[in-house]
Write a protein that binds this ligand. Sequence first.
Ligand code: AP5
Ligand code: MG
Length: 195
Amino acid sequence: MINIVIFGAPGAGKGTQACKIADRYHFTHISTGEVIRAEIAAKTPFGQTVEQAIARGELAPDSVVIEIVKNYMLSRGGHSRGNIFDGFPRTIPQAEAFDGILAGLGFKIDLMLDLVVPEEELVQRILARGRESGRADDADESVIRNRIAVYHTRTAAVADYYKAHGKYVAIDGSRSIETNFEAICAEIDKIIAAK
Ligand code: AP5
Ligand code: MG
């Protein structure tokens, strides 16, 4: 099994690239943002608790997100030929808990791919998507900028965590979707060849 974290600021292209990786390699894709949006849409107790924070561009609590990923690994993820984690881990406590969950199942993270994109490009991409996405956190530029600020204060340090563990690769995410994807596939192919 291969486990990949696809990382980057809001709008960097995590979801776009994760879908393409899942198709090419027959891996399973989990986006914690998608899981949270589905909980909000279904008006579950958890969804109702986090709805306002998500609409402001804040993070959901670590404990709940860790539980979501743990349950995923105990069910679908644990049987997949590969997993792509999109939007998780997003804090250092999540990264540490994730290592524990994976180790308990005999797995590990093989690679973090960090899509690096200039901030103004991020904002423009999200504003463009927001015209049709219906995402509560896409519509308002101040919320988009808050998501990017939260990324810098809470999430960016997770890249250093994976650097320290020798798992980190930066990808210039400012290029076309296809060019970025080819760069990503080259990194994944190296991991597969080394297995
Ligand atoms: P999440 O759903 O993870 O959203 P995000 O990180 O803010 O990122 P996006 O989904 O907006 O962007 P993306 O990087 O996936 O880019 P995409 O491919 O869509 O999280 C949402 C919220 O949920 C968080 O704010 C938080 O509240 C909560 N949450 C989620 N996970 C959590 C966790 N672990 N802990 C706590 N809270 C959590 O691309 C963006 C747009 O650009 C698209 O329109 C796309 O078509 C376009 N595009 C993509 N690539 C390119 C390219 N190369 N060139 C031009 N356009 C491109
Ligand atoms: Mg996404």
